[in-house]
Design a protein around this ligand. Structure first.
Ligand code: SF4
Ligand code: SF4
Length: 242
């Protein structure tokens, strides 16, 4: 008689049931994300990737986008004092500045040429950090495009337009008054203040010149007195000998 061997009983470990449960939960979670996005995109029209068709996404005000140059809103003058700190610190060598020493009405050096090459700029923000006056800012602008590399080289005019746009926006949305937006560190003055300072400098220079002239007069008068004094001494000696 042939005896068939009994099948060994393989115990089902608790981890087996655990694995099945985990897979069900994982699939359910994935399906929930899919359904949620389906409802948001198709029913509510709140797309994750926004196309021009559905408008554009609101950019955070702290967004560190394209660099712009600011003007002092109080005086209406450019904030840059041509110190070249930004040009020196830029790791990508994409800033080029040329300055002149004296521009009436402008405190500090005046940048006649200010170029940022956005082909190279990595938006690291070092130039903004290094600027001693609030002349350079990050803006919310991120769509910087062009048909050639040349289109991405921004001159001073373009940089000022970008910066002013951002400043106006900050004022509009109410983050800070004019002082905070342009920075209290701005060195620029109104034409009247500039005039008053020039007058003060002229008066101080005139006073210095006057003091120098008086000192010179006193120095020239001193030897004559000494001569007169030694002459009278000689005369008195002659009188004594006589
Ligand atoms: S953000 Fe960085 S790379 Fe761009 S201009 Fe400023 S320092 Fe240069
Ligand atoms: S932008 Fe700022 S750091 Fe650059 S030259 Fe002007 S003042 Fe100096």
């Amino acid at each position: 008689m042939k005896v068939t061997p009994t099948k060994p009983i393989i115990p089902i470990l608790p981890s087996y049931w655990q694995d099945i449960l985990d897979s069900i939960v994982t699939v359910a979670k994935g399906m929930w994300v899919t359904l949620r996005n389906f409802g948001r995109v198709v029913i509510k029209r709140q797309a994750t990737t926004i196309t021009k068709k559905w408008g554009s996404r609101e950019i955070a005000l702290r967004y560190r986008g394209t660099i712009g140059l600011t003007i002092d809103k109080r005086t209406g003058k450019e904030n840059c004092i041509g110190c070249l700190a930004c040009e020196r610190i830029c790791p990508d060598h994409c800033i080029h500045i040329e300055t002149i020493d004296d521009k009436p009405g402008h405190k500090g050096k005046y940048p006649v040429v200010f170029i940022i090459d956005n082909n190279l700029c990595s938006l690291c923000g070092l130039c903004v950090e290094a600027c001693p006056v609030p002349a350079l800012i990050h803006t919310e602008i991120w769509q910087v495009g062009g048909y050639s590399h040349r289109d991405l080289v921004f001159d001073k005019q373009r940089l000022l337009e970008i910066g002013e746009w951002q400043q106006e926006r900050w004022i509009r949305v109410g983050i800070g008054n004019i002082d905070q937006v342009t920075g209290k560190k701005s060195m620029q003055m109104t034409d009247e203040e500039w005039q008053a300072e020039e007058e003060k400098k002229k008066a101080a220079a005139a006073a210095r010149a006057q003091r120098a002239a008086t000192a010179r007069q006193q120095q020239t008068a001193q030897p004559e007195k000494t001569k007169h004094f030694s002459g009278s001494k000689a005369m008195s000696q002659e009188t004594v000998e006589g």
